[in-house]
Ligand binder design. Structure first.
Ligand code: ADP
Ligand code: MG
Length: 217
């Protein structure tokens, strides 16, 4: 019985052409167990966003395999990959990227498959957001990130991916958001990539990424 939700096998990513060629990822092997909480720390340019974009199936490896659940993702069409992303993966970024002309509830319900308004309200409430008819600009950066997290969770994904989720936040807000993500990690697999070494204390599984090479800590 395979207990891994996400696996990278010898994953390489090469950018550029013959002259400008650079290897952003150099043979990454990674296996994330179901419901595990994982953190990859690495400096700017180490390949974090590249790795996360491959994990989210937005991008494909130059070489190697990515297995999500029991699916080998290499042979999937773009449409099939989008479908998996929508159903099984929630993604958050450094900026909340909320739509300014939609209110909080509408932002969270936008990608929602079931369109169950009460479920969306409950989820927001569990994140501490009660003012759901506000527009994003009225919210603090911390609250905006809570809304983004709710939106990422709305279809009950099995995998949550976060690219520098606390990059725009002060220390207090960073701790609030990390605790929320940690809590979510009880229910699904979480992978966070960041250059903020202060986050290490939250990790159950810690990795470091340097120049496209990953090391388990
Ligand atoms: P990080 O998120 O850790 O800052 P990235 O994954 O964004 O790292 O980038 C890793 C390396 O790949 C960097 O040297 C970056 O310049 C390069 N890179 C990233 N995206 C591209 C791209 N689309 N084309 C060419 N080089 C890229
Ligand atoms: Mg990045």
């Amino acid at each position: 019985m395979n207990n891994a939700l996400l696996e990278f096998k010898e994953v390489w990513k090469t950018y550029g052409n013959e002259q400008t060629k650079m290897n952003a990822l150099k043979g990454i092997n990674l296996s994330l167990k179901k419901n595990s909480f994982n953190l990859i720390l690495g400096p700017s340019g180490s390949g974090k966003t590249t790795l996360l974009n491959i994990a989210s199936l937005l991008d494909t490896p130059t070489k190697g395999k990515v297995i999500l659940g029991d699916k080998h993702t290499s042979n999937l069409s773009k449409t099939e990959r989008s479908k998996i992303r929508m159903n099984e993966i929630g993604i958050i970024y450094q900026r909340a990227n909320l739509f300014p002309y939609l209110n909080v509830l509408e932002n969270v319900m936008l990608p929602m498959i079931s369109k169950d308004k009460n479920k969306a309200l409950e989820l927001l409430k569990s994140m501490g957001i009660n003012e759901t008819s506000q527009f994003p600009e009225k919210l603090s950066a911390e609250d905006q990130q809570k809304v983004a997290l709710s939106r990422a969770m709305i279809n009950d994904p099995s995998l949550i991916l976060a690219d520098e989720p606390t990059g725009e936040l002060d220390t207090d807000s960073t701790n609030v958001i990390m605790k929320l993500i940690k809590d979510i990690g009880q229910r699904c697999t979480v992978l966070i990539v960041s250059n903020n070494t202060d986050l290490f204390e939250y990790a159950d599984n810690l990795f470091s990424l340097k120049e496209g090479i990953i090391i388990k800590k």
